[in-house]
Design a protein around this ligand. Structure first.
Ligand code: ADP
Length: 190
């Protein structure tokens, strides 16, 4: 099964993706993690994306699509992928559909985590204090949220019109959100 965890920054996608990996053995593909890893290891790609990420803007479609494409073969061996933080633009969503189709696969479900903006700011402020991720500072976070509203939220009607979107309340406790996701996944046709 291929699954997209969808939602604004701070919605809890990474937390839920890690749980699904542990419980179902699927592979998490987080473009944010891949880009941060590229920066940490100081690759040319890492250097190229650093400024954009630190401003809270989106990295180019071309770069993130290539990162995902490279990893697709592994996801098949794992029984499926959890896409976390990808796709973030319509062009990325269309590319993902095309790439999967070329491999005889598809996105089976899109789980949208709904969280209100005040809660997001609280969560990210706390993560900034705990983990010190530079792009979690309140100013940059506003840019990230604006990028989500302008470029990523339009994917909601895209997936809705294909009947693949499932909404989950992301405001509850981590285990409640997890249970709601499991319920949504149980309804996905095999
Ligand atoms: P978030 O907590 O905002 O969901 P991520 O770890 O997913 O954070 O992403 C961090 C940054 O990496 C983004 O602000 C953006 O600059 C870049 N990035 C990650 N995924 C993508 C993507 N699919 N398209 C463009 N940029 C991305």
């Amino acid at each position: 099964m291929n699954l997209i965890l969808f939602g604004p920054p701070g919605a809890g996608k990474g937390t839920q993706a890690k749980r699904l990996v542990a419980e179902r053995g699927m592979l998490q593909l987080s473009t944010g993690d891949m880009l941060r890893a590229a920066r940490t290891s100081g690759t040319e790609l890492g250097q190229r994306v650093a400024g954009v990420m630190d401003r809270g803007e989106l990295v180019s479609d071309e770069i993130v699509i290539a990162l995902i494409e490279e990893r697709l073969p592994e996801t098949e061996a794992a029984g499926g992928a959890i896409f976390d933080g990808f796709p973030r633009t319509l062009a990325q969503a269309e590319a993902l559909d095309r790439l999967l189709k070329g491999r005889g696969k598809r996105i089976d479900s899109v789980i949208r985590l709904r969280v209100d903006n005040d809660a997001l700011l609280d969560r990210i402020t706390k993560r900034f204090e705990d983990e010190g991720r530079a792009d979690d500072n309140p100013e940059t976070f506003k840019t990230r949220l604006a990028a989500y509203e302008a470029q990523t939220a339009p994917l909601i009607p895209y997936y809705q019109s294909q009947g693949r979107l499932h909404e989950v309340d992301g405001m509850g406790r981590v285990d409640q959100v997890a249970a709601d996701i499991d319920r949504a996944l149980d309804r996905v046709p095999a």
